[in-house]
Design a protein around this ligand. Sequence first.
Ligand SMILES: [Fe+2]
Ligand SMILES: [Fe+2]
Length: 228
Amino acid sequence: MPPAAAVMGTPASAYQGALLAEARHADTVFMMGDNPALPKMPERPALKDFFLLRFGRISRTHLLQSARVARENGLDEKVITACLLHDIAIAGLLPANHGYWGAQMVGPYVDEEVAWSIEKHEALRYFPDESVGYTYPAAYIDYFGPDYNPPDYIRREHETARRHRWYMTSRLVTINDIYSFDPDVVVDYDEFEDVVGRNFRQPEEGLGFDGSPVAHMWRTMIWPNNFL
Ligand SMILES: [Fe+2]
Ligand SMILES: [Fe+2]
């Protein structure tokens, strides 16, 4: 069952009625548990399991590549961690408003500054900062067209973030963001196991089962196809 918000206005919004009709057959049930089409997650999943078993290849490579560039640029571990996590909402949950979703997903497990910079990178990406060599990404002209204007709430977010003491941490996420996707680059997650160990508090019960206010977001990635 695709999420309602993702199918509104598309032919796929008719799925609900079709699936409900199908469920009336005695031998048919909705999916409520492991989807056999997906790799099985361990009982107590850690961040690495989501990277390897749930995130798509393009997103996974993008995150690992951004973190690698941040490390090569000699940035501190907060920035490397933020780069490694900045697009995890796109990778496994929801692309729209991904900075905000991503910040919430990792909020209980990382330094507040890391979560903040993930949230704000969403707005900062659209606005150049010549003083640190950040220009509007050429890729966005392809993605959104030459006339795209970010909405007012994004402009306000940018202005507020700009005055914040952690501005540069979030700005560094946008600077180390890799806007050109090179499918041939391979980066091993294990390169960052040490950084993750020091900067991401993995819950003992596993992500999705620690009773935190964001556990449901991780469970949605473990069982993305559950009917309810
Ligand atoms: Fe992003
Ligand atoms: Fe990104």
